[in-house]
Every structure is written in C-alpha cells, then in structure tokens.
Design a protein around this ligand. Structure first.
Ligand SMILES: [Zn+2]
Length: 201
C-alpha cells in the first residue's frame, strides 16, 4: 500500500446496486478492471443471479481458492479461465476477484451477483481466486502477493462489516484440496494479519 498516492475517492466504494457511495476507513486496493484484462461480457445464464437484497446486509463470508495452474502469464490465465467457464455454460467467471503471483488484483464477476465457486454455498460468499498451484508451489509467491491478498480481504471485510472469522478456504465447504496445502497451512496467519490491519484503522 502506498499511503502517499491515496486520494479521497480511494476511501469510497460505489455500490452499483444501491447507487450509493459508501465511505470506508480503508483505501481501495489497486484493482485491474475487467476491460483491462480483456474480459468477455458476462452472459445471462442460470448461474448469473443478481442479489435482490442490499449487499451490505447479506455478504457474510469470503472464500479463498487457487487456480491449480502454473502459467506465467496472469492475463492469459484469467481470460482462459473465463473462457473455460463460458464453454461449460456459466455466464461469467465464477470468482469475484483474482490475485496473481506478483500481487496484482483483478476484477472478476461483479460483486452484485452471486458467485459460482462453492457448491451450495455461494449465497453472500465472495470468491477470491489466487492464481497458482499451491500444492506444488510455496505460498506466498512473494511479499506483494501476500500484501495484496491481505489488503483485498481486509478491504472487503471493512466494506461488508465482516470479521476475520468469516474467511474460509474452499476446503472448509467441500471435499477438495483447494486452495492447496500451502495456502491452507497459512489460513491462520492470513486471518491474523487481516485482523492486525483491521485494528490499525
Ligand atoms: Zn476452490
């Protein structure tokens, strides 16, 4: 986080669904928006369910996944991932955010839509996909990746008034190894660091 480059709007978030600016006591992390990574337009398909409710009252958890891939080109990987899900019949990428190995954060499915990342557990659940195979490679890839993931989680927690206990690995909900052994091993540390960041505000 570069404290010097912050402008007042970085402390705000515009909720498209509520047409409201919400003031946050944490700066927005830098996020690569969909047009900049070459996203295809989301399609109207059964998994694309827009929340009827006020987002601030229903977002209740955040789930971490990994992509289980070892590509070196994150833009290609994200585009490819979206393509695969579109071919499977989904309306968009299932995840709300991506974090790559260098710590860049990308916008996925619009936050006003249910994700499609935990079978039977998508309601109010924000999905973050960490690019990489964290059974095969260590986590984090570097300081930037760690800081970005922590910042993204903390920022969403501030936005939706969640505590670090609302953060889960995918494996908590389903029989899966996702998000890989090396991320699963660090879940406690991730929560602890998020808690520290939340306290600093
Ligand atoms: Zn997963």
């Amino acid at each position: 986080m570069d404290e010097k480059s912050l402008s007042p709007t970085e402390y705000q978030w515009f909720c498209k669904k509520c047409s409201l600016f919400k003031n946050l006591r944490m700066p927005r992390p830098k996020i690569v928006e969909r047009p900049f990574w070459g996203a295809q337009k989301a399609m109207e398909r059964p998994d694309m369910i827009r929340y009827e409710e006020n987002l601030f009252s229903i977002i209740n958890r955040i789930t971490i996944h990994h992509s289980r891939r070892m590509t070196s080109d994150p833009l290609w990987e994200i585009r490819q991932l979206q393509e695969v899900y579109l071919l499977k019949g989904y309306g968009d990428t299932p995840f709300h955010y991506f974090v790559d190995r260098d710590g860049a954060i990308y916008e996925g499915r619009e936050i006003g839509f249910l994700g499609s990342h935990v079978k039977g557990g998508d309601f109010g659940n924000i999905g973050i996909l960490v690019l990489g195979d964290y059974d095969a490679q260590g986590f984090p890839s570097g300081r930037n990746q760690w800081n970005s993931l922590i910042h993204l989680i903390a920022w969403q927690m501030v936005m939706f008034n969640l505590s670090p206990s609302a953060l889960f690995p995918h494996s908590y909900f389903e029989r899966t190894d996702c998000p890989g052994a090396h991320i699963r091993d660090r879940m406690k540390d991730i929560k602890k660091t998020v808690r520290e960041l939340l306290k600093k505000r």
